[in-house]
Design a protein around this ligand. Sequence first.
Ligand code: ADP
Ligand code: MG
Length: 594
Amino acid sequence: MEPTRILPTQADLRRELARIDGRGYPAYKEITGRYAFDGFTLAIDHVQGDPFAAPSRLRILRAPAAMGLPEWAHATPARRVATADWLARRFAAALDAGARGGRRGSGKSGLIAIDRPGQEILARSAAVVSPRMVELRFVAGLPAGGRRILGREAIDLLCEQIPALVEHALTLERPELVGRGPREGNLWSLEAQIHAVEDQQALRAALAERSLVAFVADGAILPRESGVSDRPLRGPHVLAFEAPDSLAVTLETPHSGPVRGLGIPRGVTLIVGGGYHGKSTLLRALSRGVYDHVPGDGRERVVTDATAVKIRAEDGRRIEQVDISPFIRGLPFDADTRRFCTDEASGSTSQAANIVEALELGARLLLIDEDTSATNFMIRDRRMQALVSKDREPITPFVDRVRALFQELGVSSVIVVGGAGDYLDVADTVIHMDRYRALDATERAREVARTFPTGRLQEESQGFPRPEPRIPLAQGLDPRAQRGRVKVRARETDEIRFGWESIDLQAVEQIVDPSQTRAIGALLSRLGGRYLDGRTPLREGLEQAFRELEEKGLDVLSPFGSPVGDLAMPRLLEVGAAVNRLRSLRVRGTDGPR
Ligand code: ADP
Ligand code: MG
């Protein structure tokens, strides 16, 4: 037995706060430390420098048994993530329900906030569950009047409100009481969340066995509330998804039994249909299907191959030595497209690079929407072929490469096509979205393709080479490289400030949470030198970094000595996408470093 460390208690904290009442704000630093409360430990890890600075960082630590958390809730890694997410949501809900007047003094005085999960269930540092301990990480604004400590307010915040929050959000009733009494349902909702996660993971695992790349269950609600809200659209006009018989499959789940839905087979799949008939909505749901969703989201049985990447045109981005020659060759001025570099890509070169980079990072499914693609990358019709001869056109359009991608590399594509009928010739499966209803149009499409030949000339018959692994040089990955201080900062899901540069992530659509962006930023500064040392290929370095993350958790990314509560797990593919968009990225040339 290790000796029990005697911690100061809640009463000690009260006394301490009373003692520093009225003093200058920096005296708050003296309360840094851990305190034994009734049934939990409060850790005050970092005290803000003044009332206007970033709020102080706190943690609640509680033994699972002390909070009534049953053993099944933390029995597996997947359950620990599901439970942690559920607890973070409860904590956030308890903060809302408290309807706290909020401010109680100057600056951020009186604020309590936790990193709030969205519709996806991600491993996040705000809540960490292990069989030994449950930890909630949050921030609080220690109260001040002007720059003087408000001791009484601080006592209320730390010694009254926090225990009340623990009672509300981090205390579950005993399992034998479930279904009785006023607080029934707590454990049911936790169980529902765990079951939803396990079902989604089982569905995703079943895809490969059944040669599918995605699955959309009957009853799924795909449309979202609005462009700025990821919640499900509600109302009488919302149509639940239903698979056409000919494309329907039934997959087994551990908790919901057999589930029927649309199975999208490997190969080339088109989503066709009139404007505003739900094509992009379906594709967007597929792109989110790489993540698990909360019960009630509407997409909790929509799953996609975990390596799926949404591809789009992204003019203006930087490209570092990417082999885009399968798509583009013989540019004016003879730019080498086998090691293509540019500080300002065009629509077509950016879309080509996005695909090749995704392949290099291990993508097995590409999701492409005509709405966000470069037209000349997607298609070149018969008339344009006649007008501009092939030797004057560097681009081999995607329509002429998509089959080789599948046949040679096993990479499938799902493409939204409203206008380019030439794609009918290359499709294995055609889904017709008609007034939000999915129909199987595969046979009809074949017929149409036979009846109306396009007369197009296939522009490429060569194979699709697997991209060569690129080896990043360490110096381009150092946030200090551009003078002095380390500075990495994330803005929403769109941007990372990395040293002096800004990484534009707007086109990286599968970053779904600002906390993922922060984690990517933190991971970037860890990659240089440690995992990407100038000898390791990008994907291999990222895989090593992710092994460490899985082993030690997100806390290794904390920029401080103590954990932070605002990180969420990204996918390797999005971290790679951020590296690829670094303007300072340099990779090894064929003959060593340039
Ligand atoms: P498309 O890409 O075919 O032009 P969208 O997918 O953008 O169409 O959908 C058009 C509109 O219809 C969007 O506002 C979307 O929210 C809505 N919508 C999509 N699917 C459904 C559905 N199943 N029920 C109700 N509205 C839907
Ligand atoms: Mg659309």
